[in-house]
Design a protein around this ligand. Structure first.
Ligand SMILES: [Zn+2]
Ligand SMILES: [Zn+2]
Length: 186
């Protein structure tokens, strides 16, 4: 079973982390280890952009990941960017160890809608599964309802369901069978 270390970075609500943990556990049949909360990621703040650089956060997650987890997932409420895009909901490296997701733009209040913690949590869960899927070698999927489909808008994100499609599941299963994914596998 894949072991995912999960941690909040800065001020992230425990209910939000619980929902993400449950979704990731169910999508990947993963074992979730709750890691000690990381600092508010102000070390990644970019004055020019007025946002946080997700690549810097990823690097730090990677450097500080405990050796006994297969993957590490950081959850933050700050708005993220990478240099070539105006924003990202999250980021991960294909076949990498670390992923980061942000609730900033997934919160309906960001877009002028009423507060809705359940909706924010559902969106963040889809995004967490998507980014972790990349770390497990999954690429973008053409099935709209699959968490691995590309979402650059909230509408695309809201079209996703919680579960990986059959195609993605079988790709993942094959990788697992070939022993490609785990550092801590017995
Ligand atoms: Zn992606
Ligand atoms: Zn898929």
């Amino acid at each position: 079973m894949i072991v995912v270390g999960l941690l909040g970075l800065g001020n992230v609500g425990p209910a939000l982390l619980d929902t993400v943990a449950t979704s990731v556990r169910e999508a990947f049949t993963a074992d979730i280890v709750r890691l000690k909360e990381g600092p508010d990621p102000r070390y990644a703040w970019d004055d020019h952009r007025g946002q946080h650089n997700s690549e810097i956060i990823l690097r730090r997650l990677l450097a500080e990941a405990p050796p006994d987890v297969d993957r590490v997932l950081g959850v933050t409420s700050v708005d993220l960017f990478i240099p070539m895009l105006s924003f990202v909901f999250g980021q991960a490296q294909l076949n990498g160890k670390a992923a980061v997701v942000s609730s900033a733009r997934l919160d309906p209040t960001f877009h002028g809608f009423p507060v809705n913690p359940a909706l924010t949590a559902a969106r963040l869960s889809r995004e967490a599964v998507h980014e972790l899927g990349h770390t497990l070698g999954l690429t973008h999927c053409i099935v709209r309802a699959c968490p691995m489909s590309l979402a650059t808008t909230i509408a695309q994100l809201d079209a996703k369901g919680p579960e990986l499609c059959e195609g993605c599941r079988s790709v993942l299963k094959e990788k697992i069978n070939r022993g490609l994914l785990f550092l801590s596998e017995s």
